[in-house]
Design a protein around this ligand. Structure first.
Ligand SMILES: [Zn+2]
Length: 153
């Protein structure tokens, strides 16, 4: 692992710990409750999407705003030290994401990116609004979508 400062390391570790109970789990449980059935972490597909709904040809990524650089989001902060290192790392992440979306679309999948900040909220009605939006997108024929959508940011 690259040498990182303490604050960054604990940030990374907390992200890892979130995996099982974090935003992605919130979203898929909510979708399940609404009757959607899916597969998880489909490794065969580019970028191994977090939630895949074959019936709707839909691949969903739940992206952490920090790692995947949610534009204009308060969680997409820049670490104060080793700025060059992080800039390169972030650019590589964004580029990888872009390529994965492109490949999935070429393969005939539809792609939805749900940003973590849309799921982080403790406000139940806000969370429901996010799930509503996800449901609307799943049932639509839109090829690509993001929640929150860029204009809302
Ligand atoms: Zn965000």
């Amino acid at each position: 692992m690259d040498t990182v400062d303490k604050a960054t390391r604990s940030k990374i570790m907390s992200k890892v710990g979130q995996k099982a109970t974090g935003p992605e789990t919130k979203l898929r449980k909510a979708l399940f409750a609404r009757g959607f059935r899916y597969r998880l972490n489909v490794k065969k597909l580019p970028g191994s999407p977090d939630i895949v709904l074959p019936k709707y040809k839909a691949a969903i990524f739940v992206h952490g705003c920090f790692w995947h650089r949610h534009e204009g989001c308060k969680y997409a902060t820049m670490p104060k030290s080793r700025v060059e290192f992080w800039t390169e790392k972030f650019e590589a992440n964004v580029e990888r994401d872009r390529r994965n979306v492109e490949k999935l679309l070429e393969m005939g999948w539809r792609v939805l990116v749900v940003w973590e900040c849309a799921l982080k909220t403790k406000d139940v009605s806000e969370l429901e609004a996010t799930v509503d939006e996800a449901e609307r997108w799943i049932l639509s024929d839109e090829e690509y979508g993001e929640i929150p959508s860029k204009k809302r940011n």
